[in-house]
Design a protein around this ligand. Structure first.
Ligand code: ZN
Ligand code: ZN
Ligand code: FE
Length: 743
């Protein structure tokens, strides 16, 4: 008989780990205790050495699916102290509280079965959950993760639930949000703030179903915020939603009852189905079966699809609703609504009815959004289901990185964990900014991090930069595209020197001009701008990002061509005098300009629309091999792609009546050839791809393959988004490197 001390590090709290351990202890007839610690859990057990060793070997093999065990430390041969049985000790309020917190998990099969079983005491109950499923991050107020520190503190357990909670044989053993119709939260339906409650419980859900079926727009409270839902088969209804929400053209995400329903309108590969129906339930961008179908939902070739993830969603769909529009309830650039009161107030006139409940959401968390690429997620937005799950990176210090501005996110680090925030949005909106600042404080408290230094963008006017400067700790400003490169390096655990192909819309360059189609050479410490594209004058500055015909005009004029723009005189005058015409080497701007020349889009109503529609126009022309000239010139030691010959050839193609899709494909082929040429001259064998323009799947399906054929090792983002949401990770790595090298 001896005693062993076991320390388990990783994601082992709030994932049913202690109950799992308890069962295993009973199986091996051991005694002792378990308690949560700062970095995971700690156990002391007594028994025979062989049994103890078997126990330790079993832990990683049979752990709950959510648990991530990173290390198990054992100290055998301690003197027995005569434990009588097994005890789960109360969480200590500890000095160090860096235990990981589980993201929200979709309802599990067991709970789903119970919910559908007549006679079960949770039959039809929309808040059913267990140790394997349910809300986590979005209901947690503070750590350690115990019911009293969550939204569930208001719902004391009834004797039945309490019995399950303490019964080791029960799958709700120590499930913090466990509840039932007798003791837990309830749903209700109302037509508006002044209208009172129209129905409660089952009847509320039934009423919402009927209203949806009859074509109404209903606000529904989800896990991390409110959705607006409506039928998606009727363009008149979705048109009404667009009108009310003032969302003219941006695609709507939909929720399908199951993967089979999704298959009716989209192609769903086996890999896509795995992510789509996995426990994180992101919105997955699936290719439409017919590119020109369901244009009232999405004007491009993809539709964002998710499957139900809360019990309430399942009850809402029942057996007869196949799919619904499910779009975040927010008003232009404000954060997603998450409180009953604010939804009732702000959605008046937008939603015809409200399906709400009395379990508070503590933290906003938008749905995640990704493509499925090589069997894994390729994120456009890493949020619900993933956050606050950390990523591992070699950052030992406690640091903060404040990200960019439009797709704001932040990262905090501690002991080689980096905690990327959820999707925050555009900081120029005041409520979004307040949420950003509030979430930084929330994360600091949850993970017990007090940053010693902060990294931010080089842009002096970004609100994230100003936030960093006001903290009163050392600040390091990291050039935007350097941060993108570092982010993709960290995402792939790379170090040393390599080539960064960084394509995005805009970012302040080290020379004070706007960059965005960069081929950099360097590492975490520094970089050189090897090549870019010829700068484009943006007539009217920021306005050109919306009025794409202004960019088209610049491209045509600089290429010695004519423009038939009705504003030719005004634009021409501004351009000639250089009046408010900042220069931009943004890849997004080149896409925008070409989209406008081709007549695909002249006025953008959302960010990236020109580029997205240009890509969509090439759908069905995937076999096009043609391309245009790739000429470069040198300036100040960097190579610049000269788009003027290409613009001339595009104009010739257009005049000759070549199909728009063919020209779009040739243009993108040209960008790919340009990139390969740039990588060759940059002269490093490894290439990282980062920046929002790499959300273009036409390019992502071709460029890496071509580079690999040329002998390059190519890396793309895997764990964080390639767009500006991902750059806080890069900023953090550059800062860590900087601090280590000055030490
Ligand atoms: Zn469950
Ligand atoms: Zn109960
Ligand atoms: Fe960027």
């Amino acid at each position: 008989m001896e005693r062993v001390r076991i320390k388990i590090h990783g994601i082992v709290q709030g994932v049913g780990f202690r109950p799992f351990i308890h069962k295993l202890v009973r199986y091996y007839k051991l005694s002792g205790f378990i308690e949560n610690t700062s970095s995971g859990v700690e156990l002391e057990l007594e028994g025979e050495r062989t049994e103890l060793e078997r126990f330790v070997a079993d832990v990683p093999k049979n752990a709950p699916k959510l648990a991530v065990i990173e290390s198990v430390e054992t100290e055998y041969g301690l003197e027995s102290v005569g434990f009588k049985d097994f005890e789960i000790r109360k969480s200590k309020t500890e000095e160090f509280r860096n235990t990981l917190i589980s993201p929200d998990i979709c309802i599990c099969d067991d709970c789903l079965r119970e919910m559908k079983t007549a006679g079960d005491r949770r039959y039809g109950y929309p808040f059913i959950n267990c140790t394997n499923c349910g809300p986590r991050f979005t209901i947690i107020r503070d750590v350690p993760y115990d019911r009293i520190k969550t939204s569930m503190s208001e719902f004391p357990m009834c004797p039945d639930c309490d019995r399950e909670y303490h019964d080791i044989e029960d799958r709700r053993y120590h499930a913090q949000p466990d509840c039932c119709p007798d003791c837990g939260p309830h749903v209700f339906f109302t037509y508006g703030r002044e209208k009172g409650t129209a129905a409660e419980k089952e009847e509320a859900i039934e009423l919402a179903r009927n209203e949806l079926k009859s074509g109404k727009i209903i606000a529904i409270k989800g896990l991390g915020g409110m959705h607006l839902a409506c039928r998606c088969d009727d363009p008149e209804i979705t048109g009404e939603l667009r009108k009310r929400k003032q969302r003219d053209e941006k695609p709507f995400a939909i929720m399908c009852r199951d993967a089979e329903c999704a298959r009716r309108i989209c192609e769903v590969s086996e890999e896509e189905e795995k992510i789509l129906s996995g426990f994180r339930r992101p919105i997955t961008l699936l290719k439409k079966i017919k590119a020109d179908s369901y244009l009232h939902l999405s004007e491009n070739e993809y539709i964002g699809v998710m499957l139900p993830y809360t019990p309430l969603h399942y009850l809402l769909f029942g057996d007869d609703i196949d799919m619904l529009v499910m779009t975040s309830a927010n008003l232009s650039d404000t954060p997603i609504m998450f409180r009953n009161e604010e939804a009732l107030e702000n959605l008046e006139g937008i939603a015809d009815g409200f399906l709400l409940h009395n379990r508070d959401i503590q933290t906003r968390c938008d749905d995640s959004l990704c493509w499925v690429f090589d069997g894994g997620e390729y994120f456009a937005r890493r949020s619900r289901g993933y956050v606050p799950f950390p990523v591992r990176a070699d950052i030992s210090r406690q640091l903060l990185a404040t990200g960019a501005e439009q797709k704001a996110s932040f990262c905090l680090s501690k002991r080689n964990y980096v905690f990327p925030s959820q999707h925050i949005g555009d900081l120029k909106n005041m409520e979004t900014y307040d949420n950003y600042a509030g979430q930084i404080e929330h994360f600091k408290r949850l993970f017990d991090i007090e940053p010693e230094a902060v990294a931010c963008d080089l842009h002096p006017d970004y609100l994230s930069t100003r936030y960093a400067e006001e903290l009163g700790i050392p600040v390091l400003k990291v050039q935007h595209h350097h941060a993108h490169m570092a982010s993709c390096m960290a995402d792939n655990h790379l170090s040393g020197k390599l080539t960064g192909l960084i394509w995005d819309g805009t970012g302040l360059g080290s020379d004070g001009t706007i960059w965005g189609a960069e081929c950099l050479s360097g590492g975490y410490d520094s970089f050189e701008r090897k090549s870019s594209i010829r700068p484009i004058p943006l007539i009217g500055g920021d306005r050109a990002a919306k009025q794409l015909d202004r960019i088209a005009f610049s491209l045509l004029m600089e290429s010695g061509l004519e423009s038939d723009s009705e504003n030719a005189e005004l634009y021409g005058e501004m351009l000639k005098r250089g009046l408010n015409c900042p220069l931009s080497s943004g890849m997004g701007r080149l896409f925008d300009g070409v989209a406008a020349i081709l007549g695909i889009k002249e006025k953008a109503s959302y960010e990236g629309q020109g580029a997205i529609l240009l890509e969509a126009s090439a759908s069905g022309y995937g076999t096009e091999k043609g391309s245009y000239s790739t000429e470069f010139y040198e300036n100040n030691g960097s190579l610049f792609f000269d788009w003027r010959p290409m613009i001339n050839e595009i104009t010739e193609d257009k005049r000759a009546g070549t199909e728009t899709g063919v020209i779009s494909a040739r243009f993108m082929n040209t960008m790919i050839e340009m990139a390969v040429e740039q990588c060759r001259t940059a002269g490093n064998g490894r290439v990282v791809l980062s920046g929002g323009s790499f959300q273009n799947m036409y390019i992502m399906r071709r460029l890496p393959r071509l580079l690999e054929a040329e002998g390059f090792e190519v890396y793309r983002h895997r764990r964080v988004s390639c767009n500006d949401e991902g750059i806080s990770l890069g900023q953090l790595c550059v800062l860590q490197y900087h601090l280590e090298s000055v030490k």
